[in-house]
Design a protein around this ligand. Structure first.
Ligand SMILES: Cc1ncc(C[n+]2csc(CCOP(=O)(O)OP(=O)(O)O)c2C)c(N)n1
Ligand SMILES: [Mg+2]
Length: 351
């Protein structure tokens, strides 16, 4: 596991991409049922935000949440098992792709209903505020969710009561097949937070470092007791809305432009990897240049091409292991489903 923060972020972005691409293959082979909403293209948002969070912070997410769970530390094999609907999954195989849940890691769920995350996150924020704890809740949602009534009700309450909520809009510019300027009267999403006096910023959601720094700043404000903060991360999904969507409403050139120029993985790799010069190059570069090169390599946050290949190899093995584990795991029984319905949680404190 990487110890350097930048390398760790790159690791998680690479894991996110590999996991999701493999999930697409498993879906095509019939190993995953139901809907499957994937995250390629949006990795810098989930990774940048969640690397700024503390383990005591809560996370509430949408149906596009596999990567949020992975970055939170839910093992890849446990996430994959849930996608396969197996008993070893984080929701016992009863939730599936859209309903990952891990209360122990304070991952308070993926939710399939658009706009559902707002009141849940606000309620958790209220619980934290009542107990006067230095914790926060991170609420992920898409650009399409901000036209739901729950958005306005929740932001109003969160602002009024100064609740510790970080609202994170993953603005991928589409609500299924409808582009943002055709579904929203105000397409600059961050401006909507002003209606509730919530400080808001628009960030380049393809740049993990930009997302991370903005999240660190926002969480600092929240922990200082200044109430909620709002980040709009501009991003783009490289696949269709779900596996059922060929995405034919988007011009091919638009997709190609994002894949070629703005792929968050390419940006993160460029920010992390330096080409290590070989001995001959160093010898030929003269005394001063040797010092400069040494300084450059000692700066930290750097990674050689060989080290990058090592990380990629480890991830390939991790994803393969996840698929084998999921495939070998048993399905939940009818008795498991009945037990989950009759959960008898009277008096149980979940938070
Ligand atoms: C209340 C509700 N209405 C409609 C749907 C159907 N639906 C599922 S995803 C979605 C689009 C949401 O788009 P956005 O919030 O931008 O998130 P993205 O999928 O782009 O991440 C819709 C309309 C739903 N799940 N819930
Ligand atoms: Mg969207």
């Amino acid at each position: 596991m990487e110890s350097d923060p930048l390398r760790k972020m790159l690791h998680d972005m690479l894991l996110a991409r590999a996991f999701e691409e493999r999930a697409a293959q498993e879906y095509a082979q019939g190993n995953i049922a139901g809907f499957l909403h994937l995250y390629p293209g949006e990795e810098a948002v989930g990774v940048g935000v969640l690397h700024a969070a503390e383990p005591a912070d809560y996370i509430v997410s949408t149906y596009r949440e596999h990567v949020h769970a992975l970055v939170r530390g839910v093992p890849a094999r446990v996430v994959m098992a849930e996608l396969f609907g197996r008993k070893t999954g984080c929701s016992g195989g009863l939730g599936g792709s859209m309903h990952l849940f891990d209360a122990g890691r304070r991952f308070m769920g993926g939710y399939a209903i658009v706009g559902e995350t707002f009141p849940i996150a606000t309620g958790i924020g209220y619980a934290i505020a009542m107990r006067e704890l230095p914790e926060a809740v991170i609420c992920f949602f898409g650009d399409g969710a901000v036209n739901q009534g729950t958005f306005h009700e929740s932001l109003n309450m969160a602002a009024l009561w100064k609740l510790p909520v970080l609202f994170v809009c993953e603005n991928n510019h589409y609500q299924i097949g409808t582009e943002i300027h055709r579904h929203s009267a105000v397409a600059e999403v961050y401006k909507r937070a002003a209606a509730y006096r919530i400080p808001a910023r628009r960030i380049d959601g393809m740049d993990v470092l930009a997302v991370h720094q903005a999240s660190v700043d926002a969480l600092q404000q929240i922990r200082a007791g200044n109430g909620p903060q709002f980040l709009e991360c501009e991003t783009y999904r490289f696949r269709g809305h779900s596996m059922a969507d060929p995405g034919s409403y988007r011009p091919k050139v638009e997709l190609q432009a994002f894949e070629e120029r703005e792929d968050p993985l390419k940006i993160a790799i460029a920010e992390t990897v330096v080409a290590y010069p070989d001995a001959e190059q160093i010898a030929a570069s003269g005394a001063n240049n040797i010092e400069r090169l040494k300084a450059h390599l000692n700066e930290g946050n750097h990674l050689s091409a060989e080290q990058l290949a090592g990380i990629e190899q480890e991830i390939t093995e991790q994803v393969e292991d996840a698929v084998c584990f999921a495939g070998d795991s048993p399905e939940p029984t009818l008795a498991d489903a009945q037990a989950a319905l009759d959960c008898n949680r009277q008096g149980e404190v979940l938070l």
